[in-house]
Design a protein around this ligand. Structure first.
Ligand code: SF4
Length: 329
């Protein structure tokens, strides 16, 4: 008898997902130009896992989140959610999936209607998906507000009457209200004060542990996702350049870009003599990504092959890395 547990089916699988946006113009010349926002991303996320997705502004991480939510149509590739291929599913057929995938955005004030009381903001998704009968709505909303560290007294207020951190707690309560299988957290703390950021991260972590939630946590800041993530994917100019266990990535980053992102975080435990990769310049335009390794214009370790040949994302030392130098060593 085979006593080993059956292999777990991923909750989410992306296979070579591409998203190009056509720029206006070029019709007469026949020279269409595109923003190559996501350039072939493959990854899987297990149920109950926290996957941190990090990279500088413009790297495609938010576009990838919107593709997973099917708020935008992929150019090519495949998106499998909970065993179902949702890549080209029509809007009306996405409704049950929308309930199972929720999102918390960066700016809580923008995601809550200024004309709706907090009670109705939290109740709205449950009404849309007919989850809770109206007779039990008050009890349910109060439970959710308590769960996110607010109270029934907040239900009668409007978003402008509570703080930014409290608004983000309301946005989290809204997301939780429909019992989603996956929550995409898109920079959920970056619009908040530093002290409030820590409170929201702690709340998200407590909720994840208590309810076995699955998160994709998108951030430009590696330090934000450090403690909450099980695995981390580092994105640069539309591609994943390193994917691995969070601990491995933080203790021993392999890709020069990951090393540079980590080098920008003050970390007392890091040896002063350790050589840091200093990140200079800005991310090149995704309209004309550099040939070869997309990071070669900023990488201090660039060699000839880096300018000519794109490194594949392959397994090195127990994680996935896209770098000629790492693969050769
Ligand atoms: Fe740097 Fe070359 Fe590695 Fe790209 S492939 S990260 S340019 S060393």
């Amino acid at each position: 008898m085979n006593a080993s547990p059956p292999p777990q089916t991923p909750l989410l699988e992306l296979h070579d997902v591409v998203k190009r946006f056509r720029l206006p113009g070029g019709w007469l010349s026949g020279q269409a130009r595109y923003v190559h926002a996501v350039a072939g991303v493959s990854l899987s996320v297990q149920t109950g896992e926290v996957f941190g997705l990090v990279g500088e502004s413009g790297c495609g991480k938010t576009t990838l989140g919107r593709l997973i939510l099917r708020l935008i149509e992929p150019t090519s590739g495949q998106i499998i959610f909970d065993g179902q291929d949702i890549t080209h599913r029509k809007k009306k057929d996405l409704r049950p999936i929308r309930r199972e995938m929720q999102v918390v955005f960066q700016n809580p004030l923008a995601s809550l209607s200024p004309r709706m009381k907090i009670f109705d903001s939290v109740a709205e998704p449950m009404r849309t998906h007919h989850i809770v009968p109206e007779s039990q709505m008050k009890k349910k909303v109060h439970e959710l507000l308590t769960l996110v560290g607010l109270g029934p007294q907040h239900a009668s207020r409007y978003p402008h009457e509570i703080s930014g951190g409290q608004c983000q707690r309301v946005a989290i309560a809204r997301a939780l209200s429909v019992n989603p299988k996956l929550i995409i957290l898109d920079e959920p703390t970056s619009a908040l004060d530093v002290s409030v950021q820590a409170q929201i991260i702690n709340l998200l972590q407590d909720l994840q542990e208590a309810h076995g939630l699955t998160y994709i946590f998108i951030s430009h800041d590696l330090s934000v996702v450090e403690h909450i993530s099980d695995r981390i994917g580092v994105m640069y100019l539309g591609k994943l350049v390193e994917v691995g266990d969070a601990e491995d990535i933080f203790n021993d980053p392999q890709h020069p870009y990951t090393q540079a992102l980590l080098g920008a975080i003050p970390r007392p435990e890091v040896d002063d003599d350790q050589e840091l990769v200093i990140l200079e310049g800005t991310v090149p335009s995704p309209v004309n990504p550099p040939p070869g390794c997309r990071f070669h214009t900023r990488c201090p370790l660039t060699t000839d092959i880096c300018r000519q040949k794109e490194p594949a994302l392959v397994e090195v030392n127990g994680r996935l890395v896209a770098c000629h130098l790492v693969q050769a060593s």
